[in-house]
Design a protein around this ligand. Structure first.
Ligand SMILES: NC(=O)c1ccc[n+]([C@@H]2O[C@H](COP(=O)([O-])OP(=O)(O)OC[C@H]3O[C@@H](n4cnc5c(N)ncnc54)[C@H](OP(=O)(O)O)[C@@H]3O)[C@@H](O)[C@H]2O)c1
Length: 252
């Protein structure tokens, strides 16, 4: 495919939402995509949709919160596809709950998928990328990474972790020829927001996928979108805590 030298990709959370839309967009751009998630029938449906359009997809059923399983899946897929040019840690879960009512089960799931899962996915890919002297790591973080958000304390902390990890990895890995992209979407209409009314400047998964694909092809370090939401969150991040706390309380 003209315009880029990416041939293979591994993407987690590809059974629905942003991940499925991004897998289809990558396949349309000529990449052979390995699509990972827990629900095999949903992955098969995504693979069939890709095949109908003439693309190539490999289904990889895996629970990313099991670091051994995801490490094995990434490394086995790399061998099968002759190397992975692009690895995207997209799988994520969110539970919206006031901190007074937090339940450990919800916290454990978010930490298992958003923190352990994303870390294990990316770390598994690094040795082979270092050996090849090239590769591209992507983490799907969130605009929630910019500040600790009310009712989303654990979720925003998990995304702040991911964004900080990607920043550190970028410094380490750029000299090895590896690009690292931190993607921070605003609201996207997916199962994650099921039941929520209209969200500020919400995007459809296909629009988010196009934003992410463009950021990957441009080898961007960080891409937060849509622009007005990203700008508002960057301004919020610059506020002193004495202003942020009452403002955040008012927004809830
Ligand atoms: N939607 C938004 O407004 C929004 C905004 C900013 C950032 N994001 C981020 O974007 C990413 C994608 O979210 P989405 O909105 O597309 O959510 P979604 O539609 O709920 O999809 C989540 C994906 O993650 C997978 N997943 C969940 N737990 C998993 C596990 N233990 N192992 C493997 N895969 C797992 C799910 O597949 P299975 O259930 O089949 O495993 C599914 O494919 C997430 O990281 C999310 O935090 C979303």
């Amino acid at each position: 495919m003209a315009g880029h030298d990416l041939h293979t990709a591994f993407i987690t959370g590809a059974s629905c939402g942003i991940g499925a839309a991004l897998a289809k967009a990558l396949a349309r751009s000529g990449l052979h995509v390995a699509i990972a998630a827990r629900r095999e029938p949903e992955l098969q449906a995504v693979a069939e949709a890709i095949a109908r359009e003439g693309g190539r997809a490999t289904v990889v059923p895996v629970d990313v919160s099991d670091p051994v399983a995801v490490t094995t899946a990434v490394q086995r897929t790399a061998r099968e596809l002759g190397g992975l040019d692009l690895v995207i840690a997209n799988a994520g879960v969110a539970a919206q709950r006031h901190s007074a009512k937090l339940r450990w089960d919800d916290c454990a799931t978010m930490l298992g998928v958003n923190v352990i899962g994303a870390t294990a996915t990316l770390v598994a890919a690094i040795p082979a990328m270092v050996e090849r002297g090239r590769g591209h790591l992507v983490g799907v973080s969130s605009i929630a990474a910019y500040r600790g958000l009310p009712k989303l304390a654990v979720y925003s902390a998990s995304k702040a972790y991911l964004s900080a990890m990607l920043e550190g990895m970028r410094v380490d890995l750029e000299p090895c020829g590896i690009v690292v992209t931190d993607v921070r979407p605003g609201y996207v209409r997916t199962a994650m927001n099921e039941g929520a009314g209209r969200l500020p400047m919400e995007l459809q998964p296909e629009q988010a996928a196009q934003e992410i694909l463009d950021a990957i092809l441009a080898r961007k370090a960080v891409h937060a979108f849509p622009l007005p939401v990203a700008a508002a969150m960057r301004s919020a991040a610059a506020l002193p805590r004495s202003l942020w706390t009452p403002l955040a309380r008012k927004l809830v």
